[in-house]
Design a protein around this ligand. Sequence first.
Ligand SMILES: [Zn+2]
Length: 142
Amino acid sequence: MDASSETGYRKPLPEMEPEEKPFWESLRQHRMKIQHCEDCGKWCFLPRTMCPHCLSTKLEWKPVSGRGRIFATTTQHHPPSPAFAQDVPYNISLVELDEGVRMITNVIGCPVESIKIGMAVNVVYDDVTEDVTLAKFRPAGV
Ligand SMILES: [Zn+2]
């Protein structure tokens, strides 16, 4: 029996590549970390072994603010699988963190119609299983 069946979580879980482990562990600790390049000073996401800006391999995991803005957004009306049938309509957004990296996520905690590009959001941690925590976002100040 895997973790998802023990907790009743039925949606797909992320496939965790070795270079992504520190990211997922930081979410589990509710303190998101992203890779920061020690050579060019830029933040990098998705996790990788080499900086996409300057090709340095000196990437350090550092905590981020968890604050950002919605860069792009859409509403999912049709469940992509039966596991999502209870959730529609739900939001899918591309959030740009204050650090400049963008991540695909869900904005929760407000009506989907109220979610707009440019809206300020803060990370919230969704512990979906004992081992997996997902980063979702909520409108700032809500
Ligand atoms: Zn770099």
